[in-house]
Each structure stands twice: as C-alpha cells, then as structure tokens.
Design a protein around this ligand. Structure first.
Ligand code: BG6
Length: 488
C-alpha cells in the first residue's frame, strides 16, 4: 500500500461534539498518539454548532477518553494530543461562518482532511461552505461514513453532492470493518500462502459461511434502526465487504485501484435476488424477549420508543451465489443479527469431503476440513483437521483437532487495534486502498435494493426469534435445504 504522503494534516472534524467523534474518533486519535503515529505538526480542529471554546473542547475530549478508553489516560500522551486540539463554532448551514476556517488551517504546510462526522443531510452545506470560503486545495480530502444513503438513489444523491467539490481520489468512504486487523489479514492469508491460493475455488471448497452476530440490541437507536433494518445497516456494507475480500481475484498489487477493481468484479457477479427467489434465498427475523448471558432482555417491539407494528428485521440470513468461474456452485451463506447469544464475527471456509474413506472404522463419514477465521472477539485462525489418536492398540483412530493461531498469543499483543485507528491513519497518509469507491457502494446498493424491493412486494413479515438465539428456525432451514448446517 502506498504511503508516500506523510505531510502533516489539519484534521477538521465536523460534528466534533457528537457521538461518533466522542466514542470513536477521539479515542482512536489518542491511540495513534500513543503509538507515535501522528505527524508532529498535525493538528485537530473540532467544529460544531454549540457554543464552546478550545479549552472547553479539550475538557470534553478528556471526559470522553475517561468514559470510553477502557484504560487509564496516560497524562504524557494526553498532553501531546491536547496540544493539537482546538475548536471552532460553526453553524454548518451558514456558508459565511466557514470563513473562520481560513484562519484555522494552513494548506501550504498541512493537508486539510475534512471528516464529516454528521448526518448526510448536512453534507451539501459543508461542501458548499468549504467551496465558498476558498479553503480547499487539490490536496484536500474528505472522509465520510455510512449511512451513505439508504438505497441506490439516495446514495447517488450524496455522492453527486460530494463530487461537485471533491474528486473521487480525494474522497475516503469508511467502512470500519475494513480497518479491522483480521479483515486485513484476509489479504495476507489468501495471497501470501500458497496452500490457500491454490485451493481457494470451487474445486476444493464446498461452501463458505459469514456470521456477524451481536449480543447488543438497538441501544437507544430505535428510530434510526427501524428505518434502516439489519440488511441495510450491516449486510449492505460490512458483510458484503468481508465477502469481497474472501471472494475477489488476486489483485495485481496493493494499490487502491487494483483492489477496488477486483472488489467491484465480485459485486457485479452477485446473482440477483428478486421476487422470484427471495423466499427461498433469504430469511428475515425480529427478536422477541429472551435472555442474553442469563439476563432478561426485551423484544424488539418492546424497546424504548418502539412502534409496536414495526416489521423491520433485526436479523437476516441470505444464500449468495457468485456467478463467476472461481465460485461456480459454491454458495456463500451470510447471517447477521442483533441480540444473538454473543458477539461473534467469523468466516468459515468449508472444504469438500474426500471422495473415498479408508478410515471407516473410526469415522463413517470423514468430516471435511474447515478454515475458521475469527474476526472478533479473540482474533485468530483455526484449521479444523483430522489426526490419528496416538496409540498402538487396534485400528487407526481419528479425531478432529484444531491448528489454532491466536493473534494475541502468537504476536504477544494484548490489544489489537479497532478499525478506526487504521482508517484514520490511512486517511491522514493519503492512501485510499481501504476505503470504498463510489462504484463499489453503488453496486452493493443495487444488489441490496433488489432484495428490499422483493420483500416489500411480498409483504413478507419477519420471523420471530427469541433474544439469545441464533435467529429464526427458518435460518437453519435455509442451509438444511442444501444439506448443510451453520457452524455453531
Ligand atoms: C455499525 C452498525 O456500522 O456497526 C451497528 O450501524 C453495529 O448497528 C456496528 O452495532 C457493529 O460494529 P462492530 O465493530 O462492533 O462489530
């Protein structure tokens, strides 16, 4: 990946007093500071509409760290970070107020990185404000993250607004899953290990499962979530991104363009799910009251602020077929849901069974090998394989065993970075490889819109599942119909 641009930056966070900034961005900047990864001259300018001073903003940042950091604040590191912070009160809907930025940033010395940590309806005002105050240069960047629209049409509208001011190579669209260590490790696993490169196709792989389960519910976000649903909130972005990394062809190199091109090819090859096959290929679920780790939790319709009639899905399972040479006949089963028994993100690559079994006395059906990639928690990789049980008596006995590579043990690192640190760093360094191109987002929306439309046409109601389970029974049936089962 190209990292030739190490120029210091003026990182301007719009919505600096909002949730995203306080819960994720400031914490990540602290961790980058701790790892000495911020350029000495890089500055951070918080922008929000609330009356606040730089001193007040610094105090708010300190409080956020105290609340969200999970470890005590190191005062020496905090001292360095707080020296970079300042605050500007700007009402983002008022173009003339952006003039304040001219005095705050220094495009001659620093690259201006504009982080839009606000709702998309403000993007237009920010873009126009930035343009009219004349502060942008060809080097300036903008960073935005989901929701980039709620369907193809609205996503195009957002991208059009941004494109009027920023070129595609200045735009950094975040999917925080692409900053996760284990997602990046997929590149290493697939393209640095010959045992996998030669076996990664329909000749040896039977099917692949991707699970992204969360034990949390809606956490006070009911209004946003109910308009969105699990398909748009998680599958359109995080799961499809994981899928592209698993399924793409080897890129020519690690340059942004090469990777984006291969990912787009996968998205284009996804077989459409329409009203004809939506019932057979998808399952929608909504949780009812249940227990998570022994504690009683309410159902989706009983959450605070819930509309009792809602038919929004909090779980989705899908069989995805990729119509290309490599994956012909290899289904990808994806499932994601809220209020699952625990937080678990993993990919299970199920290899084909051997054609003939010479160990019938020990195993009637030789179980196939599996590669299990744990994305979170306990990041690591397992290979499930058969071994002879040691002993000299009688026939050869086999047992299923695991080759287990835990990242924390192998690399002696207790804390693996979350996604944001990596992505903020890449945005500051000017490397777009791990960000989404406009075409990728639009391809993903086009595929997801077709599912959403099919559900709407069928008036399909979600199937219920108790909180603390792995989704509705229908999700088990989705695989059982193909003679398969979810990895439990
Ligand atoms: C966000 C979704 O994008 O990802 C949330 O909007 C979800 O609903 C979150 O909880 C999960 O992220 P992570 O990193 O905790 O797996």
């Amino acid at each position: 990946m190209k990292n030739q641009n190490y120029k210091p930056c003026d990182l301007v966070i719009y919505g600096a007093l909002g949730d995203l900034s306080k819960r994720k961005l400031l914490i990540s900047l602290y961790r980058l500071e701790k790892s000495n990864l911020l350029e000495a001259d890089t500055r951070i300018i918080g922008v929000d509409r609330l009356e606040e001073t730089s001193t007040g903003f610094i105090e708010i940042a300190h409080n956020s760290l105290t609340e969200h950091l999970n470890t005590p604040i190191d005062e020496e590191i905090w001292g360095r970070l707080s020296n970079r912070l300042s605050y500007l009160k700007i009402d983002l809907t008022q173009p003339e107020q952006y003039l304040q930025l001219n005095a705050a940033v220094d495009p001659e010395k620093r690259v201006m990185v504009n982080y839009f940590a606000v709702a998309p309806f403000l993007f237009k005002s920010i873009c126009q404000g930035l343009q009219s105050c004349g502060v942008l240069t060809a080097e300036s960047r903008m960073v935005m993250e989901k929701p980039i629209g709620h369907d193809l049409k609205s996503s195009k509208e957002i991208n059009d607004v941004v494109e009027e001011v920023f070129h595609e190579d200045q735009v950094y669209r975040i999917d925080h899953y692409l900053g996760k260590e284990t997602v990046l490790n997929l590149l290493a696993l697939r393209f640095a290990n010959s045992i996998f490169t030669t076996n990664w196709n329909h000749n040896t792989i039977d099917h692949i499962q991707i699970t992204v389960g969360e034990d949390i519910g809606i956490e006070g976000r009911w209004e946003y979530f109910d308009k969105t649903g699990q398909l748009r909130d998680m599958l359109q972005n995080h799961l499809l991104q994981i899928l592209t990394f698993v399924a793409m062809e080897p890129p020519a190199d690690l340059e942004a363009e090469s990777i984006h091109m291969e990912k787009i090819k996968v998205l284009k090859a996804l077989r459409p799910i329409t009203v004809r096959n939506v019932e057979e290929k998808t399952v929608r679920g909504q949780y009812t009251a249940g227990f998570i780790k022994g504690a009683a939790v309410p159902g989706y319709l009983e959450e605070e602020g819930a509309n009792k009639e809602s038919t929004t899905e909090s779980f989705v399972a899908i069989r995805v077929d990729i119509d290309n040479w490599r994956w012909a006949g290899v289904p990808f089963y994806m499932r994601t849901g809220k209020r699952m028994p625990n937080k678990r993100t993993e990919i299970v690559v199920n290899f084909k069974q051997l054609p003939h079994n010479i160990f019938k006395d020990s195993f009637r059906d030789l179980p196939a090998n599996k590669l299990v990639i744990h994305l979170q928690p306990n990041e690591g990789v397992d290979v499930v394989m058969l071994n002879k049980v040691p002993g000299i008596d009688g026939n050869i006995k086999l047992q299923q065993t695991k080759l287990d590579l835990s990242f924390s043990e192998t690399f002696k690192k207790n804390s693996i970075f979350g996604g944001y640190e990596k992505l903020i760093l890449e945005a500051l360094r000017g490397n777009t490889t791990l960000f989404l191109s406009r075409e990728e987002i639009e391809q993903a929306w086009a595929w997801v819109d077709s599912i959403q439309d099919a559900w709407a046409q069928n008036h399909s109601a979600p199937k219920s599942y108790p909180a603390g389970s792995w989704g509705p029974i229908a999700s088990v049936a989705l695989l059982a119909r193909d003679g398969r089962a979810w990895e439990e």
